[in-house]
Design a protein around this ligand. Structure first.
Ligand code: PGA
Length: 242
């Protein structure tokens, strides 16, 4: 894993956006899979500025990394809503190029089966954007004895529910299940960017970098094996100092 240490959040966002921009310039029909959360917001805002300055995203295909089960796509807490607001609309990605997770509990199994196939049918993911959870998760792949290879339904840990409750009015409202890309699906991405900023992420980053094993209790540890994964981390997350 390549490690790029940058001064702060803005530098992290800029470095991440530049990687995505150069990919899209080289391959206007690239397939991108987008993370949600607070971490990549700065990167997405910078991509929107590049678009305003003329970079065309209309050829790219966009996939969702993960989604809560049970929230409708127009629920402001859903990741569909988030990606629409922060990525798809600002970058003017055509609707037919957007592949979202189906959050309907009734359709979970069929959706999971079809989603990986859709990714393959589009040629596979060229760039996967990832954040990291305080518990070392990537996407909604939570620390466990075994990690799912394929996209499917996952149960959120208590930690993640607690951490993510900051976006909800009440912790009770945080869904307990989600759809997440599987490890193999993520791993097949040709390029991965893992983003981390702020002291809140220091323990996860230290554990990831100090760990000498492939450890499903630190789901991000599998990224150490990927041929083209870049961790872009700010000084606060790297050193643990504000
Ligand atoms: P965050 O979430 O970007 O809001 O910190 C990251 C994650 O949980 O993967």
């Amino acid at each position: 894993m390549k490690i790029v240490i940058v001064k702060d959040y803005d530098e992290m966002s800029k470095a991440a956006a530049e990687l995505a921009v150069s990919l899209v310039q080289d391959k206007p029909h690239a397939v991108l899979s987008f993370a949600t959360g607070s971490t990549p917001l700065g990167m997405y805002a910078k991509l929107a500025s590049h678009h305003k300055m003329g970079l065309d995203f209309s050829g790219i295909k966009a996939f969702h990394l993960d989604e809560y089960i049970g929230l409708s796509p127009d629920d402001p807490m859903s990741y569909s809503y988030y990606l629409d607001e922060n990525v798809f609309t600002p970058l003017e990605i055509p609707k037919e190029h957007i592949f979202v997770h189906n959050s309907d509990p009734e359709q979970v199994e069929q959706h999971a089966r079809e989603y990986d196939r859709k990714i393959e049918a589009e040629g596979g993911i060229d760039l996967q954007v990832l954040g990291i959870g305080e518990n070392g998760h990537i996407a909604f792949l939570e620390p466990a004895d075994r990690l799912p290879l394929e996209t499917g339904l996952v149960e959120l840990t208590k930690d993640t529910i607690e951490v993510n409750s900051r976006f909800f009015e009440d912790e009770e409202l945080v869904p307990h299940y989600a759809m997440s890309l599987g490890v193999r699906t993520i791993f097949r991405a040709r390029k991965i960017i893992l983003l981390a900023n702020g002291v809140r992420k220091h323990d996860a980053i230290r554990t990831l970098l100090d760990n000498k094993h492939l450890d499903p209790r630190i789901p991000a540890s599998c990224l150490q094996l990927h041929a083209d994964c870049t961790l872009i981390v700010d000084e606060a997350a790297y050193t643990g100092q504000e």
